[in-house]
Write a protein that binds this ligand. Structure first.
Ligand SMILES: Nc1ncnc2c1ncn2[C@@H]1O[C@H](COP(=O)(O)OP(=O)(O)O)[C@@H](O)[C@H]1O
Ligand SMILES: [Mg+2]
Length: 278
């Protein structure tokens, strides 16, 4: 479990400006082990800041972040970072290394032999459904979708317990994005990884999240719920707006009950998820 306890982050303001920038203010939430939690919200609301605090690329100004109860401030930052996978928007591959070398980076840093790292590369290419001969290519020779697959393969190569993804599919076209999302949904339960996924795209959040944390300014949590619950019972107009439900007839949100489970369908006919049993 990852827990954020009253976490605040302020950055120094722009040069010579008097005011600090409050990126995140007093935010608390928990992420269950082995689930997909999506941090959703508009640009600038603090998503990246929250994500990068988990692997200590950003240090909170105040508050505590724990992984399985341990305060991460007391863990070795290098070890911590290597035990957590990270995928960013533009895959962030090293341009002068081949695909295979890129995927092998973290296992090698963690002390894997060349042979062990080579095995990991093979397994990872298979996992993300890239042909094994792609290992010899350079990042510039890949399509956007292929590069993101390599980014995911690299992040997972040393079998991290936690995977952080920051708008990883934002720059690829919708069809490729849907394929990448589906692949992630296939891989995550197989590996049991705790996935914290950032997006400003509500459709993506609804599709991927077991749990969605919808954020407003300064990382303020507006609602944390399952996708079904969020669509069925948006906490307020902000949530409705974000879901694109605003102004729509409430009845357009259809509920279909089957085998005692209730599926919620949003106003555009997209299944948003199951309602929690109460
Ligand atoms: N390194 C930084 N220095 C100064 N301000 C920053 C820095 N990183 C982020 N910010 C500011 O903090 C706020 C939150 O940013 P960010 O976490 O990147 O949001 P998001 O990922 O949701 O777009 C924004 O106002 C942004 O301009
Ligand atoms: Mg961001």
């Amino acid at each position: 479990m990852i827990s954020f306890e009253s976490v605040t982050k302020t950055y120094p303001g722009p040069r010579r400006a008097a005011h600090e920038v409050v990126a995140v203010q007093d935010t608390s939430f928990t992420v269950d082990t082995g689930t997909i939690t999506v941090l959703a919200g508009s640009s600038g609301c603090g998503k990246t800041t929250l994500l990068r605090m988990v692997n200590r690329m950003v240090t909170p100004t105040s508050g505590t972040i724990r992984i399985d109860g341990d305060d991460i401030a007391e863990l070795d930052p290098v070890k911590l970072r290597r035990s957590i996978g990270y995928v960013m928007q533009h895959a962030g591959l090293l341009p002068h290394k081949t695909v295979a070398e890129n995927i092998a980076v973290v296992p090698r840093l963690n002390g894997a032999t060349k042979a062990t790292a080579r095995d990991a590369v093979g397994r990872m290419l298979e996992l993300v459904e890239l042909p094994s001969d792609m290992g010899g290519r350079y990042p510039a020779e890949l399509s956007g979708g292929q590069a993101q697959r390599v980014g995911v393969a690299r992040a997972l190569a040393d079998e991290p317990n936690i995977l952080l993804m920051d708008e990883p599919f934002g720059a690829v076209d919708p069809l490729v994005r849907a394929g990448l999302q589906q692949q992630l949904l296939d891989i995550q339960p197989e590996l049991g990884t705790t996935l914290l996924f950032v997006t400003h795209d509500m459709n993506e959040a609804l599709r991927l999240g077991h749990e969605i944390i919808l954020l407003a300014e300064h990382g303020r949590i507006v609602q944390q719920d399952s996708p079904g619950q969020l669509v069925a019972e948006p906490a307020n107009a902000f949530v409705e707006d974000f879901l694109g439900l605003n102004g729509m007839d409430q009845n357009l949100r259809t509920r279909i009950t089957e085998d005692g489970r209730t599926l919620v369908v949003d106003s555009l006919g997209r299944p948003a998820g199951f309602l929690e049993q109460t």
